[in-house]
Design a protein. Structure first.
Length: 184
């Protein structure tokens, strides 16, 4: 079904289709790369939320359902985790386990090729990273999250996603250095 929709869009929009796809990728990239440079946890999470929402559309237009589902679940998870100060259950063990099970379930449901394991890993690492209470721990686990997406985009040959994932990994490492505890 998604295959037919994407093919129809390509034929009807022509070059406009590719402009749309790469425009969404660049917008997603902007939100995703700058996220780790924010100081506050909630701002990091909200920037990543907007980035993940754009990635959902990008991957759907690339006909990659597994990556789109993983990004969609990430967006929902980020929206919930951003409310941890208001909802005590938001980052509790039940929520964390539920999101990990959801990522695993959707991975098994829509698994097409061996490289579909990378969105699963990215989802699991995203849950662990964004459920952390401190910005430092969030960034530390986000390195694994970004690396998983980097491998996904490398093996599936998504140039915009690859650039994003490389820059996100670099941004996370830079933020870890930038905001390091100078006392340790």
């Amino acid at each position: 079904m998604l295959d037919v929709l994407v093919d129809n869009m390509i034929h009807s929009m022509g070059i406009g289709y590719y402009i749309l796809v790469y425009g969404l990728g660049l917008l997603a990239m902007t939100f995703s790369v700058i996220a780790f440079q924010f100081k506050k946890r909630v701002t990091i999470i909200l920037s990543n939320f907007f980035g993940q929402t754009c990635w959902v559309l990008y991957f759907l237009l690339q006909n990659d359902l597994m990556s789109a589902i993983a990004c969609g679940l990430s967006a929902v998870m980020l929206a919930i985790f951003s409310k941890k100060d208001k909802w005590s259950w938001a980052t509790g063990p039940v929520s964390i386990t539920l999101f990990i099970l959801l990522f695993s379930g959707f991975s098994l449901f829509s698994f097409k090729t061996w490289s579909d394991v990378f969105p699963l890993l990215a989802g699991v690492f995203a849950v662990i990273a964004n459920s952390r209470a401190t910005e430092k721990r969030l960034r530390q686990f986000s390195v694994l999250w970004c690396l998983s997406w980097l491998l996904n985009s490398a093996f599936k040959m998504y140039p915009v996603a690859f650039i994003n994932d490389f820059l996100c990994t670099a941004s996370t490492i830079i933020a870890l250095i930038r905001y390091r505890d100078k006392k340790s």
